[in-house]
Design a protein around this ligand. Structure first.
Ligand code: PMP
Length: 458
């Protein structure tokens, strides 16, 4: 095992550039090479067993080793491993999945466009909206509104919508017209003495002011994750989303719900927009759509948007957008089986059944000396570590303590993600009460070891 680990690690270090990794630091530590998974657990090549507390990348809803998904892929590969849906072709899995997605998402969403990744889905949103507004004779209505710390992907357009400095710095982004608004996270961005309701009112006033300043006739859409995930698991303040929706409607601005993490039951409702009380014009989904067993994403949108696009493309006889693997038959077949499992086992209701146990379990650490805020909803949570609980001052540099906590988590047999100094949990939807208790316990030990490590540093 160790020999295999060592030779694989050496090969990896010699040949790869890893996403979201400090390459020079990796050269010192080497990678953790994951070899297999079963249920909520994964094992590395050295034989260590971990609870996958982030479900891979917020995505392996049904857990690892689900043979029904392997069987669905095998069956589809044997029958029709690939076909496209360009040029008036179609195949059954992509049709059936589109039907299913339209059935389970909010009513106004009637149309589906497939992509391979969440980034491509949000890129497609930008292109659909621009195309639509050109078709409607309002070519100046092109800007997007997004939020600081929002995450929408890393391609040129979706990376522009993302509101995180590391995704912009030295990549020459944003490269499309986008205005980033205040991050709707009360703990960090609420002002001294402000109530949550006042915070919401201030964010909505900011939105109105930005629309006034830019001109509603120049703004195409507002995009947001209902509960913000990769920016640090941030729960919106009370009343925020209905307020945003009302303002968007008033100014004829499309509302886009990025459900790449929220979708399929993560926050309690089937979709985050249901949990937080708004109805989008466009929705993007990925990750839990296939439990990440296959790469797949989709954009859902209204009949009105469809009509504008269809009429315009009819003039030239084609719609010039699409990916070789749009609606890939194996990916869509796996998604169908995955959604069948989610429905049969009511896994989209798991966050309602088990979420309180996770949220309450973690809230016992609110008093821990390193913990500033414990937050989350359903089966997604974040624990923000701070240098000073009273002033909420972050550690400097941000991320060093979080990264160390993640290492202690690994040592305790729990994988979670450190986003700066926020420790993110997003376990597979198949978790049991006993699993949650273990996750909470291991997180507590990781926090204690981090505190000891910090104290030892003086
Ligand atoms: N949107 C959200 C909300 C996401 O969390 C992510 C990925 N974490 C993306 C978009 C981008 O998806 P991908 O990594 O598949 O491009």
């Amino acid at each position: 095992m160790t020999q295999l680990s060592n030779s694989l690690a050496a090969a990896d270090l010699a040949t790869s550039l890893h996403p979201y990794t400090d390459a020079r630091a990796l050269e010192e530590t080497g990678p953790i090479i994951i070899a297999r998974g079963e249920g909520i657990h994964v094992w590395d090549t050295a034989g260590n067993k971990y609870i996958e507390g982030l479900a891979g990348l917020w995505s392996v809803a049904v857990g690892f080793g689900e043979t029904r998904l392997a069987d669905a892929a095998h069956k589809q590969m044997s029958q029709l491993p690939y076909y496209h849906i360009f040029a008036a072709k179609a195949h059954e899995p992509s049709i059936r999945l589109a039907e299913k997605l339209v059935e389970i998402t909010p009513e106004p969403l009637t149309r589906v466009f497939y992509t391979n990744s969440g980034s491509e889905a949000n890129d497609t949103v930008v292109k659909l909206v621009w195309y639509m507004n050109n078709a409607l004779g309002r070519p100046e209505k092109k800007k997007f509104l997004a939020r600081n710390k929002g995450y929408h992907g890393i391609t040129i357009a979706s990376g522009s919508l993302t509101g995180l400095p590391n995704n912009h710095r030295d990549f020459d982004l944003p490269a499309i017209p986008v205005v980033h608004l205040t991050c709707p996270h009360f703990y960090r961005f609420g002002q001294e003495g402000e109530t949550e309701a006042e915070f919401t009112a201030r964010l909505l006033a900011e939105l109105e002011a930005v629309i006034e300043r830019e001109g509603a006739e120049t703004i195409a859409a507002f995009i947001g994750e209902p509960l913000m995930g990769a920016g640090g698991v941030m729960v919106p303040p009370e009343g925020y989303w209905p307020g945003v929706e009302a303002i968007c409607r008033k100014h004829d601005i499309l509302l886009v719900s990025d459900e790449v993490i929220n979708g399929f039951g993560r926050t309690g409702g089937r979709f985050g927009c249901e949990t937080y009380g708004f109805t989008p014009d466009i929705m993007t989904v990925s990750k839990q759509i296939t439990s990440s067993y296959m790469p797949l994403a989709a954009v859902l949108f209204t009949e009105e948007i469809y009509d504008a696009i269809a009429d315009n493309s009819h003039k030239i006889g084609t719609f010039g957008h699409g990916y070789t693997a749009s609606g890939h038959p194996v990916a869509t077949a796996v998604a169908l089986e995955n959604l069948a499992i989610l429905e049969e086992r009511d896994l989209m209701g798991a966050a309602n059944r088990l979420g309180p146990r996770l949220q309450e379990g973690l809230r016992q650490y609110a008093d821990h000396p390193l913990v500033g805020e414990v937050r989350g909803a359903g089966l997604i949570a974040g624990i923000e570590l701070v240098a000073d609980k009273a002033t909420r001052a972050p550690f400097a540099p941000i991320g060093r303590v979080g990264a160390q906590a993640a290492i202690f988590g690994h040592a305790e047999g729990l994988i979670f993600r450190a986003i700066g100094d926020t420790l993110a949990l997003c376990p597979p939807l198949i978790v049991t009460e006993a699993d949650i208790d273990q996750i909470v316990e291991k997180m507590g030990r990781a926090l204690d070891r981090t505190a000891e490590w910090l104290a030892a540093q003086g």
